[in-house]
Design a binder for this molecule. Structure first.
Ligand SMILES: Cc1ncc(COP(=O)(O)O)c(C=O)c1O
Length: 729
């Protein structure tokens, strides 16, 4: 008998996420060894989308608060994680305080219950200890539920404890682990029935396949236990949980869900809705995000990786299967996993046709808006001439001459396809010319994801920022605080003679927009000169955006080399490195290698030429300056009216918004520690839900395609979003 599809939201009330690289899982040996690998939310999402599960409860595995904190923080990135069953030390006298501390951290409001692996305690009567009883009373006072992880051995004590705490909601995990493979036990039958007789205990239909014979189980093995649960607990106190990824030892996600459905007696849709959703909402007091429910405003942009409409869901599931993590760049993992279809001007449409005013602009490149008509025409014409010749071509020479002429200070250049590789070229050229290897770089500045420059933003030693990145690749990198001239003087006094290059974003934009302090760039320029160190400006974002000549023009400070990308080619993939001729000498003669199949192709160089044609008169900068200023003012006013302590700083063409306490200008990367990124990420999701496409990390880009009318429409959407956000909060 198959249970009909549930009405309302489908919830998986029991699954796990873990990374054995981050903590100790001693039980993952022997038969459980296949589980010793990372199981991340991104791996679960395809299963959830495939089976229409909209929200989940993630359950602790390690007896450590650190794991619970990590799971709570994850809920800020994945809104489908509607609840966390965490761990606190129940035997301590501080249970209330531990819960408070967890609740005040990122995602803390998603803590819905506590669990302790009672079956792992040597003392079968552990639950009855006085300190544990006091801890359970604190859990009840905090309004949380308690998950019973017990085997038949501890069931009798669980009955006593549940009877002694009528105010506490208990959830029996995995039906109390009946020994299904060996045919059940009287101990289990008795304890299970006695627990069911207590009105404050719910029962999770989870973990059954792993109590059965992993290789040979069938629905018939599970059916008697599910029947007992229905008869004794009744439909209103049963909730479905997949126990993913543990279930994978014996069955796939879909097999588990299907088996539970098959073993339940005939249910009407509303009963099915209880077992597969509403009961979990009730016992865990889940606060489901509105947009996870497809019945809610289907045209509103979804606020979660598992999103609202069927088409989005299907596309997300396909993306997740076909592309690792569903994306082609990890930066995109940071925003909601919304599948887009097209864009024009300053607007972008998702696969459901929902339209957004776009202030992310592809992470900056679309400075003229999407598909700017005159640029498009010239690029299409170039394409008709063929794209890659493996030879220098006329457009390429013209584009290089034009770039050099508008920048003014550099003598020669090369084209490439991404700034990541241009940064690598810059480092190689600086090292080849100086014969040194050291690179000074700054906390919070991004220069691509390659091993030798991608670092953690902390400390005085450069540490890898990514798994799989060898620390040895960073031995030549010296990281310091930016905008602090004394720190720079000091490091150069110590390491200047080994430093081939100093590499910086001349305006820090990527991590949060901070302008260089007056005199800072000039001082850095002078000190690099003194030490014979090559000064490299990474103008990937600032170039062609803050002025035609980028930050170098805006501040009148010329580096020795500079990297450009993004706005230079109006959204077409093209990057460049430009600078002093002598620094290019080794590359020019082939002694130092710089190469790339797609470098300087016809469409990229046509886009550069056409983009400069649009930018050269300066009108675009005037327009973007006006519009961006109006937008920054609107955001500040609107936040003020909604009593949101939002701080906005930067330039009209690229600025940053954050929740900062106190609300003061930030001048150093470490000032960003004062901000609450998780809260801002939630605000960004609300904005997206109201048709304003922004980055969760706080950056806003403005393009030449944004008009006054767009800003006033944005303001309308902001007002509604801010109101919704402050009401939710
Ligand atoms: C300052 C800076 N440098 C380098 C890069 C890497 O550029 P790409 O993604 O084109 O490789 C970026 C990308 O955002 C950037 O912002």
């Amino acid at each position: 008998m198959t249970v009909p599809p549930p009405t309302g939201v489908t919830v998986d009330a029991h699954h796990h996420l873990w990374d054995p690289g981050q903590g100790d899982y001693p039980w993952m040996t022997g038969r459980f060894a296949p589980l010793r690998r990372e199981y991340a939310a991104e791996q679960l999402i395809p299963e959830l989308t495939a089976y229409g599960v909209r929200a989940t409860v993630v359950v602790q595995v390690r007896a450590e608060e650190a794991e619970t904190r990590d799971l709570l923080a994850l809920t800020t990135r994945h809104r489908f994680l509607a609840g966390v069953v965490g761990w606190v030390d129940l035997a301590s006298a501080q249970v209330g305080r531990q819960i408070e501390a967890l609740r005040s951290g990122p995602g803390g409001q998603r803590l819905v219950a506590v669990r302790h692996d009672v079956s792992a305690e040597p003392d079968p009567r552990w639950l009855l200890r006085a300190d544990v009883q006091r801890g359970l009373a604190d859990i009840a006072d905090a309004g949380l539920a308690f998950d019973l992880e017990v085997t038949p051995r501890e069931l009798a004590c669980a009955v006593q404890v549940a009877g002694a705490h009528p105010d506490l909601r208990f959830v029996l995990d995995h039906l109390g682990k009946p020994p299904i493979a060996t045919g059940g036990s009287d101990l289990w039958r008795r304890g299970f029935a006695e627990l069911a007789a207590l009105g404050n205990v719910w029962c999770k239909l989870s973990g059954l396949v792993t109590e059965a014979d992993w290789d040979r189980w069938t629905d018939a093995d599970l059916a008697p236990y599910i029947r007992a649960a229905v008869e004794q607990f009744g439909i209103p106190r049963l909730l479905f949980g997949s126990d993913w990824p543990v279930c994978e030892l014996a069955a796939s996600y879909g097999q588990v869900l299907t088996a539970v459905r098959n073993c339940l007696p005939p249910l009407d849709p509303s009963q099915a809705g209880q077992v597969f959703g509403l009961n979990a909402v009730e016992v865990y007091r889940l606060d489901l995000p509105r947009s996870v429910n497809p019945a809610d405003q289907p045209k509103e942009a979804p606020m979660t990786s598992v999103s609202a409409t069927t088409r989005q869901q299907e596309l997300q599931a396909r993306a997740l299967r076909a592309l690792a993590g569903g994306v082609s760049s990890n930066t995109r993992l940071l925003n909601p996993h919304l599948i887009m279809e097209r864009a024009s001007g300053c607007r972008i449409w998702d696969a459901d046709g929902t339209e957004y005013i776009d202030y992310l602009l592809g992470q900056g490149p679309n400075f003229l808006g999407y598909a700017p008509p005159r640029v498009l025409e010239k690029v299409l014409a170039a394409q008709r001439d063929g794209i890659i010749y493996a030879a220098t071509h006329t457009r390429e020479i013209e584009a290089a001459e034009r770039v050099l002429s508008v920048l003014g200070w550099p003598e020669t250049m090369r084209f490439g396809s991404s700034s990541t590789e241009m940064v690598q070229a810059a480092l190689r050229m600086a090292r080849a010319t100086t014969g040194r290897t050291g690179i000074v770089r700054f906390h919070g500045h991004y220069h691509g994801w390659i091993d030798n420059i991608y670092t953690r933003n902390e400390g005085t030693e450069a540490g890898p920022a990514s798994k799989g990145q060898p620390a040895s690749a960073l031995t030549d990198v010296i990281p310091i605080e930016w905008n602090d001239i004394q720190a720079f003087e000091q490091v150069m006094a110590e390491h200047g003679s080994e430093a081939a290059a100093v590499l910086m974003e001349p305006i820090m934009i990527n991590a949060g927009v901070i302008l260089p302090a007056p005199g800072y760039l000039e001082a850095v320029r002078r000190i690099c000169q003194q030490h014979g160190t090559v000064l490299i400006f990474d103008e990937t974002i600032s170039g062609f955006r803050v002025a035609l000549g980028g930050a170098a023009e805006r501040y009148g400070v010329h580096p020795d080399l500079a990297v450009y990308g993004k706005a230079m080619a109006a959204g077409w993939p093209c990057a460049a490195i430009a600078g002093r001729r002598d620094l290019f000498a080794d590359v020019a003669t082939g002694r130092a290698t710089h190469a790339g199949t797609f470098n300087g192709n016809t469409i990229a160089t046509a886009a550069v030429l056409a983009s400069i044609d649009e930018l050269a008169s300066g009108e675009v900068y005037e327009q973007v300056g006006k519009i961006g200023t109006a937008l920054m003012d609107s955001i500040r006013d609107c936040a003020e009216a909604s009593q949101l302590e939002l701080h906005v700083q930067g330039l009209p063409m690229a600025f940053h918004a954050s929740f900062a306490t106190p609300r003061q200008a930030m001048t150093r990367y470490r000032d960003l520690d004062r901000t609450d990124p998780a809260r801002y990420a939630r605000l960004a999701d609300t904005l997206i839900g109201h048709g304003v496409w922004v980055a969760r990390r706080g950056i806003w880009y403005v393009s030449a395609a944004h008009t006054e009318a767009d800003v006033s429409e944005t303001l309308n959407r902001l007002e509604r979003a801010f109101l919704a956000f402050s009401t939710q909060a």
